[in-house]
Design a protein around this ligand. Structure first.
Ligand SMILES: Nc1ncnc2c1ncn2[C@@H]1O[C@H](COP(=O)(O)OP(=O)(O)OP(=O)(O)O)[C@@H](O)[C@H]1O
Ligand SMILES: [Mn+2]
Length: 304
């Protein structure tokens, strides 16, 4: 958490690897590293798709010496050190991955980070956390029910808050968002309590494990769409516009990300993957329509 002189705050994720470092082949989604550029790119993607459910995230280059070390106290201060390469590093204190081998290091003390606008404090604008029905097992040998049970959606559809209103379609939106960026780490999501249970929406937070494999399309992320065969009409129209029009999603994203101080945020293979994955989503929707008795059961106009 970064405090500004103005009293503002930001949620910061530091850069750990160069842009071209992909998820290691022997790593699971839960041992993958978080990428600061994924947090930035996810905000731009969410906006390009018209969801606007991710708080604004911007890249910044900061000086560890003058902007972190100079303000550090107590336990945090004790974790600063100079690495063998002569770079200034720190690791902070937390329950896991806060040790010398997981330190955050500058070059020699300059560090890139993603800075997300901080949401209002929970006592002012309370949020509710929800377990994602299609969450993965977070275990290296276990599968979640949805991974072996193709009728899983029938169970979800009868369970509040997914039995009425917009929530199930919101989860399909989120699955589309996550599939486009290859994010398998959607274990929980949060909503703002003030809007009640049915008129609220999932906030698209925590996108740091996206954009890890440019040449792999992880179709299991689309499980809510595949198993429920429902998509919001406005979302489908947006995807079709990117697919058929002159302004491909890769182009729109490139332009948008070019506004960030840390550009380039995404390397070309990740941008091209977006266009390819839109094709896969549309093919999935087409298969659903072919199987359904009525198109309106698949393409749902819920006014959102
Ligand atoms: N922009 C934000 N403003 C306020 N709170 C936030 C913001 N982004 C995230 N949070 C809160 O901080 C928590 C941790 O953030 P995030 O999930 O991105 O980090 P993480 O390191 O991936 O954590 P986890 O291991 O729990 O997934 C979130 O569950 C959320 O409640
Ligand atoms: Mn996370």
């Amino acid at each position: 958490m970064i405090d500004y002189a103005s009293g503002g705050q930001a949620m910061m994720k530091p850069m750990r690897f160069p842009r071209d470092r992909e998820t290691l082949p022997d790593h699971f989604y839960f041992t993958d590293f978080e990428r600061h550029n994924a947090e930035i790119a996810a905000f731009h993607l969410d906006r390009a798709l018209g969801f606007r459910r991710t708080p604004p995230v911007v890249g910044r280059l900061l000086n560890i010496t003058t902007e972190i070390y100079a303000f550090a106290k107590g336990e945090l201060l004790k974790t600063f050190f100079v690495s063998p390469a002569g770079n200034l590093c720190f690791h902070g204190k937390c329950s896991y991955y806060c040790d010398t081998s997981h330190a955050i290091c500058g070059h020699p003390d300059m560090l890139e980070g993603s800075f997300a606008v901080f949401l209002p404090p929970k006592n002012v604008v309370p949020r509710k956390p929800w377990r994602h029905p299609w969450r993965r097992s977070y275990h290296k040998r276990k599968k979640a029910q949805w991974e072996w049970d193709d009728s899983y959606c029938e169970v979800v559809k009868e369970t509040p808050p997914y039995d009425m209103g917009r929530r199930l379609l919101d989860l399909v939106d989120m699955a589309i968002f996550d599939f486009l960026m290859g994010n398998m780490d959607r274990h929980h999501y949060e909503t703002f309590l003030v809007f009640g249970t049915n008129d609220t929406f999932p906030i698209h937070l925590d996108n740091g494990r996206a954009f890890g494999k440019a040449n792999h399309d992880e179709v299991s992320i689309l499980a809510p769409l595949v198993q429920c065969c429902q998509v919001r009409q406005s979302t489908l129209i947006t995807l079709l516009r990117f697919h058929q029009g002159e302004n491909k999603l890769s182009k729109v994203m490139w332009k948008s990300l070019n506004e960030d101080p840390l550009k380039p945020i995404l390397l070309e293979p990740h941008l091209l993957a977006l266009d390819r994955r839109i094709g896969i989503i549309l093919r999935t929707v087409r298969e659903c329509v072919q199987e359904a008795s009525r198109t309106e059961l698949v393409i749902v106009d819920d006014g959102v």
